[in-house]
Write a protein that binds this ligand. Structure first.
Ligand code: URA
Length: 441
């Protein structure tokens, strides 16, 4: 079997066998297959798709491309959470301390920025000294002692995803259902949690633009998780506009800290409450959603969730004092308001473009080797449905390079559409798929 023949087979729309996929992943992980051939394969998969069986084989091969973690030594039910990626999606930053403060053990493997979306690891590195490059022993100890540990994709755990993820990021091959499902589920299965709560985004800032595709992805991942013996839930949520107001690494960390101080944006708080409730129910810490929400609210109001975040940051080498003094987080040299040239209701935000503005400012990677600027990004002043007067600020852009700010501002303004009437409100939570049932709102 030559990689050339496999690329041609997929390019011609044929299904790959379990053996072919397993060998391809093994040889790519060990460096036998070069990036340029894998890039061609990814593009062939992107255009031809994979069937359910191929997606499952790909997930299994990636899961077993390195070690898998045994979390049986950790007390209680271990619950993991993962998002398919969005703009301003800082959910893990606030949610993991909230649920850990309610007695859930969170053992999580996260990723870096991908395409126009940010990544949890990049965001966490806004805390000086913070590292997700920790050993399996430290990971297990921290989950036991603190209730949270977040690890990067390492050379040991799902290394195939580490390589493929970075390659997809720079070859325009992210938004494919099978590649997303296998990337997420291989990491989740390899890192050993008993239960998994997935946040599947849909809308103009998501990889799955349509509701149908988002529900199909959600069902595919729930099936893979449950068949592997992990209790898996998926919440399908809105990504037709950024989540909260902040977009950009350190800016999002600040918004997560504000949320743990009880001052979070309504949409973001609601998403944390919904996902957190499923995490608490899956972990046996709440009998129903009402009890779960009460516990989560108490964890925030009492300050225990904020203290949990500080303990987690400290345990992974970060400067936890920034949790209580967010002014210590990276800050950009310039802050410029972007003013509306139009009057009316905001009827649509091309959300992916807002993510691209953050990338343009330096907040994302152009090549695998690019360094990112953690301080840059933007905070929205207005969101869909808001009325805006001509000359009112739509957002504040933070950057370290005035030319980049000017370019990003142009792009930002093109992402907003205005109308004379208030648009109908769109639901934040579009549906939930549990091991037992499917609810579509
Ligand atoms: N998150 C992942 O881990 N992988 C993807 O492909 C998309 C989002």
């Amino acid at each position: 079997m030559r990689m050339y023949d496999l690329i041609m087979k997929k390019r011609n729309g044929l299904a790959l066998s379990r053996e072919e996929i397993s060998r391809m992943i093994r040889e790519y992980t060990t460096g036998v297959i070069p990036d340029y051939q894998m890039s061609a394969m990814l593009m062939a998969i992107y255009f031809q798709g994979m069937n359910e069986a191929e997606t499952l084989y790909l997930t299994e091969s990636m899961e077993h491309s390195g070690e898998t973690l045994d979390l049986s030594g950790i007390r209680g039910v271990k619950v993991d959470k993962h998002s398919t990626g969005g703009v301003g999606d800082k959910t893990s930053l606030a949610l993991t301390p909230m649920v850990a403060a309610c007695g859930i053990s969170v053992a999580k493997m996260s990723g870096r920025g991908l395409g126009h979306t940010g990544g949890t690891i990049d965001k966490l590195e806004s805390f000086a000294g913070f590292s997700t490059d920790i050993s399996a022993e430290t990971f297990l100890r921290n989950v036991n002692e603190i209730g949270i540990a977040i690890m990067g994709q390492t050379a040991n755990l799902a290394p195939a995803d580490k390589k493929l993820y970075a390659l997809r990021d720079v070859t325009a091959t992210v938004d494919n259902m099978s590649l997303i499902a296998s990337s997420i589920m291989s990491k989740k299965l390899a890192s050993g949690a008993d239960a998994i709560v997935l946040d599947v985004k849909t809308g103009s800032g998501a990889f799955m633009k349509s509701r149908e595709d988002a529900f199909a992805l959600a069902k595919e991942m729930v099936t893979i998780g449950n068949n592997a013996g992990r209790k898996t839930y998926a919440v399908v949520s809105d990504m037709d506009q950024p989540l909260g107001f902040a977009v950009g690494n350190a800016l999002e960390v600040r918004e997560a800290i504000d949320t743990l101080n009880g001052r979070g944006p309504a949409d973001f708080v609601e998403l944390c409450m919904t996902l957190g409730s499923y995490m608490l129910m899956a972990g046996g810490q709440a009998a129903d959603e009402t009890e779960a929400r009460e516990k989560l609210r108490e964890a925030v109001d009492s300050g225990r969730a904020l203290d949990k975040m500080a303990a987690f940051i400290r345990a992974q080498g970060g400067d936890e004092t920034a949790v209580f003094h967010p002014e210590k987080l990276p800050q950009a040299a310039y802050a410029e308001e972007i003013r509306s040239g139009t009057e009316g209701y905001i009827s649509h935000i091309e959300c992916g473009e807002i993510g691209m503005c953050s990338l343009l400012l330096g907040g994302g990677r152009e090549t695998k080797e690019s360094a990112i600027d953690l301080a840059v990004g933007l905070t929205l002043c207005k969101k869909t449905g808001d009325f805006v007067k001509k000359g009112e600020p739509l957002a504040v852009m933070y950057g370290n390079d005035r030319e980049k700010i000017a370019q990003a501002s142009q792009r930002f303004l093109r992402a907003y559409t205005f109308g004379p009437e208030k648009p109908p409100e769109s639901l934040l939570i579009k549906g939930v798929i549990t091991p037992e049932s499917s609810r579509i709102y």
